[in-house]
Design a protein around this ligand. Structure first.
Ligand SMILES: NC(=O)c1ccc[n+]([C@@H]2O[C@H](COP(=O)([O-])OP(=O)(O)OC[C@H]3O[C@@H](n4cnc5c(N)ncnc54)[C@H](O)[C@@H]3O)[C@@H](O)[C@H]2O)c1
Length: 329
C-alpha cells in the first residue's frame, strides 16, 4: 500500500474556517502541505488568516517556530469561497463546519460526488456518529473521523475514528498523516458516542460534580486535584504505566474497593443548564462559572497557551520511551 498522503506533502482541503478550521489549516501548512481553506463568507476567511497569524506569532515568541517557517507556511495556504476550487487536486479533506448532522450529511454527499474515490474525507465532529455523517455517500469506506482538540494548533492528541464502513486503508493513511504533521494520533475502532477523549473527560466530570454535591470538596479544590495532581502526572504516565510503577497489587486493591462506590448518576449536573439559562456562557459573555473583568480572558488565554507551549517543548525533550505494545493479562 502506498502512503502518499504522509510520505509526500499532499494537498489538503479544509472546509469550514472557524475556531477549528483555522488552527487545522495552520498545522497542515506548517507540516509542509499545500492547503486550500474554504468558507462561504469572505469575512470568515479573513478572520481565519488573522487567527493563524496570531497563533504563529505566539509560537515565534516562545521559540517553537521561526519567523521564516511561519511565513513559508502561510504562503502554502490559499483561501477560497468556492468548494469545488478548494477540492481540486486535494488528496485529503478535513471538514470543520458546525456540529449539525443536517449540515454535515449533505456536505459529505457533495464531497463524495466532487472528489475522486481515492481522496479521504475526514470529519472533525465531536459527537456525531461517523457512520451517519457518511450516511448519504456512495463511498463510506473513505469517510473517517479525525477529531482534534481545542486549541488544535497546540494539543497533540487527535482521534482517528472508524465508522461502521471505514476501510483499514483510510484509517491507516489518516493515522500516518496525523503523525507526519507532528500530532499524537490514537485509533478509535468503534463508532461510539463521544469517541474516547470526551468519554474519559465526562466520566471524570461526573465524579467531580458528585464529590462537589455531597460536600466532599469544593469545585475550586477539585480543579487543583486535577491540575496539580492527576492531570500533571497523567501527562507523563498514564493509568496503565502508573499501575506498574506504583505496584499492580496496590492498584488492583484500590480499583476493587472504589469502583462499586463511584457515582453512576445519569443526570447531568444542574450547574451548566442554570448558567445557560442566565446567559452566563463563559469567557465570550464575560461570565460563566467565574466572572471575568476587562482583559482578564486574554490574560488567562495567553497564560494557558504559554503553559501548553512549554509543555510541547517538554514533550520534544522527552520523546515516548517506546511505541505502545500489547498488554499482558
Ligand atoms: N470548538 C471546539 O472546541 C471543537 C473541538 C473539537 C471539535 N470541534 C468540532 O469541529 C467542528 C467545527 O467547530 P468550530 O468550533 O470550528 O465551529 P465554528 O462555528 O467556529 O466554525 C464553523 C465554520 O463553518 C462555517 N460553515 C457553516 N456551514 C458551512 C457549510 N455548509 N460549508 C462551509 N462552511 C460552513 C461557518 O461559517 C464557520 O466559519 C464541529 O463539528 C465541532 O464539533 C470543535
Amino acid at each position: 500500500m502506498t502512503h502518499y498522503r504522509s510520505a509526500g506533502k499532499c494537498p489538503i482541503a479544509i472546509v469550514g474556517a472557524g475556531t477549528m478550521g483555522a488552527g487545522i489549516a495552520q498545522i497542515f501548512a506548517q507540516g509542509g502541505h499545500p492547503v486550500r481553506l474554504q468558507a462561504r463568507k469572505k469575512e470568515t476567511l479573513e478572520a481565519a488568516l488573522r487567527r493563524i497569524r496570531v497563533n504563529q506569532d505566539e509560537l515565534i515568541r516562545h521559540e517553537l517556530l521561526t519567523a521564516a517557517d511561519a511565513e513559508a507556511a502561510r504562503g502554502r495556504i490559499t483561501v477560497t469561497q468556492d468548494l469545488k476550487e478548494a477540492l481540486a487536486g486535494a488528496a485529503f479533506v478535513s471538514e470543520n463546519i458546525p456540529e449539525r448532522l443536517d449540515l454535515k450529511q449533505p456536505l459529505f454527499a457533495e464531497l463524495d460526488r466532487l472528489t475522486p474515490t481515492e481522496v479521504i474525507l475526514s470529519t472533525n465532529t465531536s459527537s456525531l456518529p461517523i457512520t451517519q455523517v457518511a450516511g448519504d455517500t456512495k463511498h463510506p469506506e473513505r469517510v473517517v473521523g479525525f477529531h482534534w482538540f481545542n486549541p488544535p494548533h497546540l494539543i497533540p492528541l487527535v482521534e482517528v475514528i472508524r465508522g461502521d464502513r471505514t476501510s483499514d486503508a483510510s484509517m491507516d493513511e489518516t493515522y500516518r498523516l496525523a503523525q507526519a504533521i507532528g500530532k499524537s494520533p490514537i485509533r478509535v475502532q468503534k463508532d461510539i458516542p463521544g469517541f474516547v477523549g470526551n468519554r474519559l473527560q465526562r466520566s471524570l466530570e461526573r465524579e467531580f460534580f458528585y464529590l462537589e454535591r455531597i460536600g466532599a470538596c469544593s469545585g475550586a479544590d477539585l480543579e487543583v486535584a486535577l491540575k496539580q495532581g492527576l492531570g500533571f502526572r497523567w501527562s507523563v504516565v498514564g493509568p496503565l504505566e502508573h499501575a506498574d510503577l506504583a505496584g499492580v497489587d496496590t492498584h488492583a486493591a484500590t480499583v476493587a474497593l472504589l469502583f462499586p462506590l463511584l457515582s453512576t448518576d445519569p443526570a447531568p449536573p444542574p450547574l451548566f443548564a442554570n448558567l445557560v439559562a442566565k446567559g452566563r456562557l463563559g469567557a465570550k459573555t464575560g461570565a460563566g462559572v467565574y466572572e471575568y473583568g476587562a482583559g482578564e480572558v486574554e490574560h488567562i488565554l495567553a497564560r494557558r497557551n504559554a503553559m501548553l507551549i512549554d509543555f510541547i517543548k517538554v514533550l520534544k525533550k522527552h520523546p515516548p520511551l517506546r511505541a505502545p505494545q500489547a498488554q499482558a493479562g
